[in-house]
Design a protein around this ligand. Structure first.
Ligand code: HEM
Length: 535
C-alpha cells in the first residue's frame, strides 16, 4: 500500500506491509478472540506473509513470523523500544526493565545481565554461583522430599495431613494440583535470588503479594482493550486503579525487605548478607553516588527503580517458568514411555540429588546396546529414547510460554525488508506461528524432541536458530539461563522421586484443547496422581 495515514500524517511513497485495513477506530479488533489472539495473527501471517500489518483499535501492529528477520531487526536500537501500550508499559512509569527505554534501560539492563551471569552457569563454577545453586536446590528438595516424608505419615495422622496441605494441595484426596506448590517453590527461588530471603507458605505478607499479583494479571487482561481504544480507559478506570494500588502495596513490602538488606552493609560499605539482586543493586547505587551523585547513573539506581526492577524480575520469571513446568508434567503424563526413558536416563547417569553439573549429562541420549539392537532388529526407523533437555525444548516449542512474544515498539520511523514502519508501531514477534511453521520444522504438529539433535547418529543437542522462546536481539530475555536452570533442577529432581500420571477420570485430557491465555499460556487446570519412586 503506497501512501497511508498514520497519526494524522500522510507519508507519501512509503510502503506498509500487507494486511487488512480494518474499520475506522476499531481496526480489526472485533475479529480477535481474546482467549486466542495468536490464532488470528497466525491466520493473517498465512494470508499476507512473514511481515504483515493489522490495526487493532487505532494502533498499528506489525506481525513478524520469521526468526531471521527478527534477529536482524531486533539487533537495531530503533526496534528495541517497548510497544506504546499504556497497559502495562506506561503504567510502570518507565521504571524497572521490561517497560524501560533509552539510557535508563541500558544502565539497568547491563546491571541485571551482569548479576544474572554471576549467579548462572555461564558465570563458571564460582563461589557465588555454587552458593546460589545450593539455595535453589534446597527449595526444590523441600518440595520433593517434604512430600516423600509426609507421604509416609499422611495415612497415619490428621496433623500431618494439615502440614502436607502446605506442601501440596491435597484437598482432592489422592489427586493433587501442583499449581500452588509450584508457585510457592518457583516463587521462593525467585525471592531468594532477588531479595536473599524466602517466605513460608502461610506468611500473610507473602500470601497478600501473591494475591495482588494474580489479581493484577486479571485486571490487566480485562482492561487490555483500553490500550487499543484509549477512550475505553474511562470504562476500565476502576480496574486500572486497582492494579496501580496493588503495585503500590507490593512496593511497601519490597521496600521493607530492601531496608533489611541495607542493614547488612557495615559502616565501611562492606556487605555481610546473602548474595542477591537487591544487595548488588544497593552496592551499585553507593558506587554511582560516590562517583557523581547528580549523574544519570545515580538517578537510575534509585530505591523506586529497585522496587520496579524486583517486581519485573519476579513477574517475568514466575508465570513463564511455572507454566513451562506445568506443560512438561502434562506431556509426561500423556507420554508415559518418554517419562520412563527420562527416569531411566536420570537414574543411570546422576546421583541422588541432581545439580546443574548434570545438565550436560542429560543433554544427549545414551542408548544402551541392547535397546539399539532391539530397535534395529525390529527395523524401527527411530529409537524411542529421548533426552531430558530435548524434551523440555520440544514442550516449549509446542506450548510457548509467551505465544505472542513480548511486543517491541519502534522508536523512529524505520525500514524493514523494504517496508516503512512508522515510529510508535507495535512489533509482535509471533512465536506461535514460528513454532508451527512447516518451513522451519518438519511436521510441526508432531511432538518430537529428536528434532533438537544434531543428527540421528550424534544425539547431542544443537542450538536451533528457529527456536526463540526467549526472543532475540538486544532485549532478549535476561533471565533465560536462570529460567532454564530452575526448570531443569525442579523437573529432574521431581521426576527422580515421583512417577506422575493423570487420574483415570482425567486421562482423556486433550493436549490440543484450548489453553488458558493471559499474557502467558497456561494449561487448563489438571490434577495428577503422584507415586513415590523407590530410592
Ligand atoms: C521459560 C522461562 C522464560 C521465558 C520463555 C521467557 C521469555 C521472555 C521473552 C520472550 C522476553 C521478551 C524479550 C524481548 O523483549 O525481546 C523476556 C524478557 C524478560 N525476561 Fe524472560 N522468560 C523466561 C524466564 C525469565 C526469568 C526466570 C526471568 C528472571 C529471573 C526473566 C526476566 C525477564 C526480564 C527482566 C525481561 C525483560 C528484558 C528487557 O526488557 O530488557 N525471564 N522473557
Amino acid at each position: 500500500m503506497k501512501g497511508f495515514t498514520f497519526g494524522g500524517r500522510i507519508l507519501e511513497g512509503q510502503t506498509l506491509p500487507p494486511g487488512p485495513m480494518g474499520y475506522p477506530i476499531v481496526g480489526s479488533l472485533f475479529h480477535v478472540d481474546p482467549q486466542k489472539p495468536f490464532d488470528f495473527f497466525q491466520a493473517l501471517a498465512l494470508e499476507h506473509g512473514k511481515i504483515c500489518k493489522v490495526y487493532m483499535g487505532c494502533k498499528l501492529f506489525i506481525i513478524v513470523t520469521d526468526p531471521a528477520i527478527l534477529r536482524k531487526y531486533f539487533a537495531k536500537p530503533d526496534f528495541c523500544g517497548r510497544a506504546p501500550l499504556d497497559i502495562p508499559f506506561k503504567m510502570m512509569e518507565g521504571c524497572g526493565l521490561i517497560a524501560a527505554e533509552g539510557e535508563h534501560w541500558a544502565i539497568q539492563r547491563q546491571f541485571t545481565a551482569k548479576f544474572m551471569k554471576e549467579v548462572g552457569m555461564r558465570g563458571g563454577n564460582t563461589h557465588d554461583r555454587k552458593l546460589m545453586e545450593d539455595r535453589l536446590l534446597n527449595t526444590v528438595l523441600s518440595f520433593v522430599e517434604g512430600k516423600i516424608l509426609l507421604n509416609v505419615w499422611i495415612t497415619r495422622t490428621e496433623a500431618a495431613r494439615s502440614i502436607l496441605t502446605f506442601v501440596l494441595d491435597l484437598s482432592e484426596g489422592e489427586h493433587v494440583s501442583l499449581d500452588t506448590p509450584l508457585q510457592q517453590t518457583i516463587g521462593n527461588m525467585l525471592n531468594d535470588i532477588i531479595f536473599g530471603q524466602q517466605y513460608p507458605p502461610d506468611d500473610p505478607k507473602w500470601q497478600r503479594i501473591q494475591f495482588l499479583r494474580e489479581n493484577g494479571v486479571k485486571q490487566l487482561k480485562m482492561a487490555q482493550a483500553s490500550n487499543l481504544i484509549p477512550i475505553l480507559s474511562f470504562i476500565f478506570r476502576g480496574k486500572l486503579s486497582e492494579f496501580a494500588q496493588g503495585i503500590r502495596e507490593t512496593h511497601v513490602e519490597y521496600q521493607r525487605v530492601i531496608d533489611v538488606r541495607k542493614r547488612d552493609f557495615d559502616a565501611s560499605g562492606e556487605y555481610h548478607g546473602p548474595k542477591c539482586l537487591v544487595a548488588d543493586f544497593l552496592q551499585a547505587q553507593r558506587e554511582a553516588r560516590i562517583r557523581d551523585p547528580q549523574s544519570i547513573e545515580s538517578q537510575s539506581f534509585s530505591d523506586k527503580q529497585l522496587c520496579y526492577l524486583a517486581g519485573d524480575i519476579f513477574g517475568a520469571g514466575i508465570d513463564t517458568t511455572v507454566n513451562t513446568i506445568q506443560w512438561c508434567i502434562l506431556y509426561l503424563c500423556k507420554r508415559q514411555s518418554i517419562q520412563e526413558d527420562i527416569y531411566q536416563d536420570i537414574q543411570t547417569r546422576c546421583g541422588p540429588i541432581i545439580t546443574l553439573q548434570d545438565k550436560h549429562q542429560l543433554a544427549y541420549i545414551q542408548v544402551s546396546k541392547l535397546k539399539m539392537n532391539a530397535c534395529l532388529f525390529k527395523n524401527q526407523a527411530s529409537i524411542r529414547c529421548v533426552s531430558y533437555q530435548a524434551f523440555i525444548f520440544e514442550v516449549m516449542r509446542m506450548k510457548p510460554a509467551v505465544p505472542m512474544g513480548v511486543p517491541h515498539g519502534t522508536t523512529q520511523t524505520v525500514e524493514m525488508e523494504g517496508y516503512t514502519i512508522p515510529k510508535g508501531a507495535t512489533i509482535i514477534p509471533l512465536q506461535w506461528a514460528i513454532n508451527g511453521d512447516e518451513e522451519f520444522w518438519d511436521v510441526p504438529t508432531d511432538f518430537d524432541p529428536k528434532r533438537f539433535f544434531i543428527s540421528r547418529d550424534k544425539k547431542e543437542l544443537q542450538p536451533n536458530e528457529n527456536f526463540i522462546p526467549f526472543q532475540v536481539g538486544k532485549r532478549r530475555c535476561v533471565g533465560e539461563e536462570f529460567g532454564l536452570d530452575m526448570i531443569f533442577l525442579f523437573l529432574a529432581n521431581f521426576l527422580q522421586r515421583f512417577h506422575v500420571q493423570l487420574p483415570p477420570d482425567d486421562d482423556n485430557y486433550d493436549l490440543n484443547c484450548y489453553p488458558d491465555f493471559a499474557f502467558t499460556l497456561h494449561p487448563l487446570p489438571y490434577f495428577v496422581r503422584l507415586t513415590a519412586r523407590r530410592p
